[in-house]
Design a protein around this ligand. Structure first.
Ligand SMILES: O=C(O)CNC(=O)[C@H](CS)NC(=O)CCC(=O)C(=O)O
Length: 294
């Protein structure tokens, strides 16, 4: 680093939640943990997917949801970001866009309390897990169509949510657009989290040479769901540098963009990528075996 370049480090805090069905109670719980993260020196704080509400009953969900400009959780968290002078990344809010449609939207708030980025979850969790758990996220939510990056101080981050984690092309596109930190606030199910969470998050970090920050929901929720927890901070070499358990709380780490440069210098897979076609193998007929005689 030359003397003209400024050091790029950031103290980050990830808040783990067990969001319930009442937005006012959820706001109290998340606010206390955001304050704790800021008191521990975090300049950027991330909360998980669906920070405002987790409610499986669609009718009751829509009774509680508001449009972005009327959402009381968002208004209160903008005030809190301004008071604490932090970058506050709400991993997502469920926000109404019409009587029966919503968006699953991540919102980045700057230290002045202004909204600096919005990202609507692109990949909808429409799956049958085979253990009785089924999800049809697209039944209530309108998917986003744009990948989004934003700058936190001078550090470019990429915004994604939960099930997006399974689509690596999104992370590559964000890294190619300059992201050095990839964010994956989540509410993973327990069985898929146990099987895939650490591997997928570490893979995204290794493939892109970027930090991965993933605040998680964890434990048994009021709505009957169980989520995996284990909020994770992964460095650009794929090492887990901070990890949560199952209960609500905060994990913290200092991230340093020199680590991004060093991982990308050692393994330049981000710049060594090639375009290619996929060809079907030509039929070769029956394999001819020559008999060998001694
Ligand atoms: O609906 C809510 O209340 C909160 N939102 C979620 O839980 C979302 C959509 S249902 N969950 C996921 O995307 C889990 C992905 C996952 O677990 C995997 O990819 O394995």
């Amino acid at each position: 680093m030359t003397s003209l370049e400024t050091a790029q480090t950031l103290r980050v805090g990830l808040v783990q939640l067990r969001t319930g069905r009442d937005p006012a109670a959820n706001l109290d719980a998340v606010s206390a943990l955001i304050r704790a993260a800021a008191a521990d020196g975090a300049r950027y704080v991330q909360t998980p997917e669906t920070t405002n509400i987790m409610e499986l009953d669609r009718a009751r969900l829509f009774e509680q949801l508001a449009e972005e400009h009327k959402d009381t959780t968002l208004a209160a968290l903008r005030d809190l970001a301004r008071e604490l002078k932090i970058h506050l990344h709400i991993g997502s809010l469920a926000l109404k866009i019409s009587d029966a449609r919503a968006v699953n939207r991540a919102i980045l708030i700057d230290p002045e309390g202004e909204i600096s980025a919005r990202y609507d979850k692109i990949h909808m969790f429409d799956v049958d897990l085979g253990n009785g758990e089924s999800y049809r996220e697209s039944g209530a939510y309108r998917p986003g169509e744009r990948a989004v990056t934003a700058d936190v101080d001078a550090i470019r981050i990429g915004l994604t949510i939960c099930y997006d984690l399974r689509f690596p092309a999104l992370y590559r596109a964000l890294a190619e657009a300059g992201a050095k930190v990839l964010t994956v606030p989540s509410a993973f199910t327990r069985p898929t989290g146990e099987a895939h969470w650490h591997v997928l998050l570490r893979a995204r970090a290794i493939e892109t040479g970027a930090y991965v920050l993933a605040a998680a929901q964890g434990g048994k929720h009021e709505n009957g769901r169980e989520t995996y927890g284990h909020s994770l901070i992964v460095d650009p070499w794929g090492r887990v540098i901070a990890e949560g358990g199952t209960d609500p709380g905060v994990i913290l780490a200092e991230i340093d963009m020199k680590e991004v440069a060093s991982a990308r210098a050692r393994i330049p897979s981000l710049s060594n990528g090639r375009r290619f076609e996929v060809a079907e193998a030509q039929p070769v007929g029956r394999l001819h075996v020559v008999e060998r005689r001694s």
